[in-house]
Design a protein around this ligand. Structure first.
Ligand SMILES: Nc1ncnc2c1ncn2[C@@H]1O[C@H](COP(=O)(O)OP(=O)(O)OP(=O)(O)O)[C@@H](O)[C@H]1O
Ligand SMILES: [Mg+2]
Length: 337
């Protein structure tokens, strides 16, 4: 397999054991034309893996199909095409995505969102390798590889009556689960390098994240997985101008996380040096996943940092890992005295 020293193979970056075994499974899957089911949380790289399976043994086109975006006749016609006059608006014959993927690979993305009536048609496509365009009486034979992907628990969808058991069995022959990024944090440095160099269109080299920034990226749990990391690095790339990647350039969710873990460390230290009976109302921690807006969480975090440092702004800014000026600006913005 073609592989660069950075661990990039088929566009899949990573050096963890999990990524290594996914690479082996990609090789296995690409050796035949059986359906493949890709499972995993949003942003874990299901589409990257689907393309890798196609590219490892390229034949025909790779056609991604978003099952969640279309409904009713429009979806059927988008998938299988239609003949002229089959419904109002069908001014001429139209080829569908399935025909486009003939000889190649069709990725049925978010397969869990495919309506039941379309699931029957997909089952027929897999079993008989044939389909019928909307308004046509003729079945057409096709030869395509089907890859399906979903972030949903398909077993639970079957149990709830929203997904056909027979289709589930057909798809679940070769399934591959993409692990969340928080379970393979050793991939973060390579991914950061990859996204930094991919986003560096200025041709300037030497954008180096500081050790502190790396530690922060490592400590965070990345609920949006690799996609969230990519957005974060794209943002750093765009904001960076004078050579230094600043903590304050991180998205607010990450800044919030840093501030909270800073406060947790501080409140831990204070708790150790105070008897448990001591009342510390100012150190009451916010719930880990507060259902409040980001600006509100930022306001509360700043207020807590100020309370924790008895109003010493320099200390509060350091605790929050932002510059003093940023702290003053935000205090003014939130009306904190
Ligand atoms: N291992 C990886 N190496 C390089 N880029 C990756 C990797 N995993 C994910 N990405 C990048 O992260 C982003 C999200 O990946 P992708 O679209 O494949 O996720 P997904 O699992 O299909 O997510 P969703 O369920 O939301 O559709 C893309 O920009 C993709 O290029
Ligand atoms: Mg996807």
């Amino acid at each position: 397999m073609l592989q660069t020293p950075t661990g990039l193979a088929h566009g899949l970056v990573g050096q963890s054991q999990q990524i290594a075994s996914i690479r082996r499974l990609i090789e296995k899957a690409s050796a035949n034309r059986l359906p493949v089911l890709l499972l995993g949380e949003s942003g874990t790289g299901k589409e990257v893996v689907a393309r890798a399976i196609h590219d490892a043994n390229p034949r025909g086109q790779f056609v991604p199909i978003d099952c969640g975006s279309l409904v009713g006749t429009l979806m059927e016609s988008e998938l299988f095409g239609h003949v002229k006059g089959s419904f109002s608006g069908a001014a001429g014959d139209k080829r569908g995505l399935v025909e486009l993927a003939d000889g190649g690979t069709a990725l049925f993305d978010e397969i869990g969102d495919l309506p039941l009536e379309m699931q029957v048609k997909l089952l027929r496509l897999i079993q008989e390798r044939e389909f019928r365009a909307v308004g046509s009486l003729q079945w057409r034979k096709v030869d395509l590889r089907i890859i399906a992907a979903t972030h949903r628990d398909l077993g639970a969808e079957v149990a709830a009556g929203r997904f056909r058991l027979d289709l589930y069995y057909r798809l679940n022959v070769f399934s591959l689960r993409l692990p969340p990024l928080r379970h393979r944090k050793e991939d973060i440095p390579l991914l950061v390098d990859h996204f930094l160099s991919a986003g560096n269109t200025s041709g300037l080299s030497g954008i180096e994240p500081s050790q502190e920034l790396f530690e922060t990226l490592h400590a965070y749990d990345w609920p949006g997985n690799v996609r969230e990391l990519k957005h974060c690095i794209d943002r750093l790339n765009a904001l960076h101008s004078e050579g230094a990647l600043q903590m304050s350039d991180l998205p607010s969710a990450l800044q919030y996380h840093c501030a909270m873990s800073g406060l947790e460390r501080l409140s831990g230290a204070v708790a150790l040096s105070n008897p448990p009976t001591g009342s510390l109302p100012d150190f009451a921690m916010a719930p880990k996943s507060p259902v409040i807006s980001l600006p509100e969480s930022e306001r509360q975090t700043i207020a807590r940092a100020l309370a924790a440092t008895h109003g010493e702004r320099g200390k509060a800014a350091r605790l929050l890992r932002i510059g003093r000026t940023t702290l003053y600006r935000k205090m003014k913005q939130y009306g904190i005295e």
